[in-house]
Design a protein around this ligand. Structure first.
Ligand code: C2E
Ligand code: MG
Ligand code: MG
Ligand code: MG
Length: 285
């Protein structure tokens, strides 16, 4: 039976992700144990207001501390796990961790964003799956943003829209990740209920040189402001990035300039510091 399982798994692995097939198989085989042993954990990256640098939320980003290979980033294991059909247990785990963490942010009214692959969001049980895992860790929907990643892979837009609408009505916020990359972004914006758009770092980079890119970002900023949505610029790395995006009307940024992905305790320390020092006095820029 083990041999059969192994053959099925082999069908899902390939060398395209830059690792040999044996390595990928061993990752899949150790997923459950890694979750149990807390080798799969979250880092939290601050999201800050361009206006005064204050912390307005954070994004939870998964890491795998592998006993032999050290810390592995999501691009090195999410695709394999997804192809093997094992993304659900992993996502249940990240939802629970983020929901538990969100309890420390409640007093400040901040939200934590959790990445959820688009391949899952049209499933019949998707809204229940999300809500059950969040509630199981004592989290409140109002403290969680579901960040839909890999939006080009949404299998059924109508069902997806229906599911995301249900989650919204429960109090969750919905964000569309990496907006501006991949396929069908404008159709997504029309079809899906959402509270937040995250423009990908590739747009932030383009904004330095391209009038057209600046025009598009400016238009997105106007549209989102008018409709009460949040626009978050990803990958703010420099003071130049901050100035350009902020001048285009974007209000929130995330990136190395504002803080690396870091353990929860570090983000909580930042919050404490912010509570003591008015944001305009923080030396962020
Ligand atoms: P993403 O959701 O777009 O996350 C942003 C990525 O950009 C993160 O990489 C982050 O560390 C990186 N980043 C942050 N600031 C900067 C910056 O200033 N410059 C540059 N160059 N990069 C920056 P990470 O953590 O390796 O995550 C990569 C992707 O993996 C994520 O992209 C997301 O699509 C996926 N991912 C992460 N965590 C999860 C998860 O729990 N579940 C699922 N399904 N996907 C996840
Ligand atoms: Mg994301
Ligand atoms: Mg993103
Ligand atoms: Mg991105």
């Amino acid at each position: 039976e083990q041999a059969a399982t192994r053959r099925t798994q082999i069908a899902f692995v390939s060398e395209q992700d830059g690792f040999d097939a044996n390595w990928q198989l061993s990752l899949l085989a150790s997923l459950d144990a890694a979750i149990k042993r807390e080798q799969i954990y979250l880092l939290y990256q601050p999201q800050r207001s361009f206006a005064d640098g204050s912390l307005v939320g954070c994004e939870a980003l998964v890491r795998w501390r592998h006993p032999e290979r050290g810390v592995i980033s999501p691009s090195q294991f999410i695709p394999q796990i997804e192809r093997a059909g094992r993304l659900k247990p992993l996502t249940a785990h990240t939802l629970r961790l983020a929901a538990r963490a969100s309890r420390s942010f409640e007093r400040e009214g901040l939200r934590i964003s959790v990445n959820v692959s688009a391949t899952m969001i049209a499933d019949d049980d998707f809204p229940a799956f999300i809500e059950e895992n969040v509630l199981a860790s004592g989290g409140r929907p109002e403290a969680i943003t579901i960040e839909v990643t890999e939006t080009a892979k949404i299998p059924d837009l109508d069902r997806a829209a229906n599911n995301l609408g249900k989650l919204q009505s429960r109090g969750f916020h919905i964000a569309l990740d990496d907006f501006g990359t991949g396929e069908a972004n404008l159709s997504l914006l029309v079809a899906l209920p959402c509270d937040e758009l995250k423009i990908d770092r590739s747009f932030v980079v383009l904004a330095q040189h391209s009038d057209r890119a600046r025009m598009v970002i400016g238009a997105l900023a106007q549209t989102t402001n008018r409709s009460g949505m949040r626009l978050v610029a990803e990958g703010i790395e420099t003071e130049d990035d901050r100035v350009i995006l902020s001048e285009l009307g974007c209000e929130i940024g995330q990136g190395y300039f504002f803080g690396r992905p870091q353990p929860l305790v570090s983000v909580l320390e930042m919050l404490d510091q912010q509570a003591e020092t008015p944001p305009e006095k923080l030396t962020l820029y």
